[in-house]
Design a protein around this ligand. Structure first.
Ligand code: THU
Length: 145
């Protein structure tokens, strides 16, 4: 099914696999790739980039979001994520909590997150399903804003 902005979930997952091959993961060897579809139709790829000090490591999903924002796009239609040890996914690779919160900054509750089972079956979750009762900018609005 041609879904979000004329791109199928499968096509977006294939792009995420391209990004996964670029992961810099000398420590965990766990490669993750993300493909973020902008409302413009442009796809932003991200991979995880690890660091010897561990803490500075950046997840694939955040790499994709930060790339898109840096290039001027702020509205998104969907994201696809794949990952696995040695670049061989063994099932879905759900975004970590920090990445869910970063997506929450820019994406609505019904934003689709496409994942993939080991046999290739697409499993799509909404952002609200993965991050219920979430915190966002509206909580910080002051009277008179
Ligand atoms: N990782 C991601 O890139 N995205 C996630 O949502 C989960 C974890 C990366 C971080 C680290 O490089 C490796 O996977 C193992 O945790």
């Amino acid at each position: 099914m041609k879904g979000d902005n004329g791109m199928t979930a499968k096509e977006l997952l294939a792009q995420a696999a391209v990004a996964m091959d670029r992961a810099y993961v000398p420590y965990s060897k766990f490669q993750v790739g993300a493909a973020l579809l902008g409302r413009s139709g442009k796809v932003y790829l991200g991979c995880n980039v690890e660091n010897a000090a561990y803490g500075p490591t950046n997840c694939a999903e955040r790499s994709a979001v930060f790339s898109a924002i840096s290039q001027g796009e702020r509205e998104f239609a969907a994201i696809a994520v794949v990952g696995g040890l040695g670049g061989k996914p063994k099932g879905i690779c759900p975004p970590c909590g920090v990445c869910r919160q970063v997506l929450r900054e820019f994406c609505p509750d019904d934003f689709p997150i496409h994942l993939q089972d080991a046999d290739g079956t697409v499993r799509t979750f909404t952002l609200a399903e993965l991050l219920p009762q979430s915190f966002g900018g509206a909580f910080l609005e002051k009277e008179g804003d």
